[in-house]
Unconditional design. Sequence first.
Length: 131
Amino acid sequence: MAFGGGICQISTTLYNAVLFANLEIVELYNHQFVPSYVTAGRDATVVYGVKDFKFQNSRNYAIKITCSVSNGIAQFQIWGVREETEYEVEVSANITSRTSSYIKASTYRTLKLNGQTVNTEKIANSTYKVH
């Protein structure tokens, strides 16, 4: 028997904050099924000793991460020194295929400067079982 929920909502919330902070994703796993609290491709699962969510500070200076939970809502904030070039970050996750057995999604991070797209990076391909 295994229990689920709780910590994965925290890792998923941190994952989304890391995406928008434009930090480097080092290790990422999606859930077995699409979670109820985010869309396909926007989740990060953790299983103690087996799977983890890891990221790296790819900025030029140290960052500070704060987390608060209030009324059942978790919120992460990532703070850092403003760099010479700061990008507007857009994150999208799209279902790329669906069958009676699985759902596949791709996650992208787009960087914009002065409204113009500078780079679009594929962050992850996720595969989920269908309930």
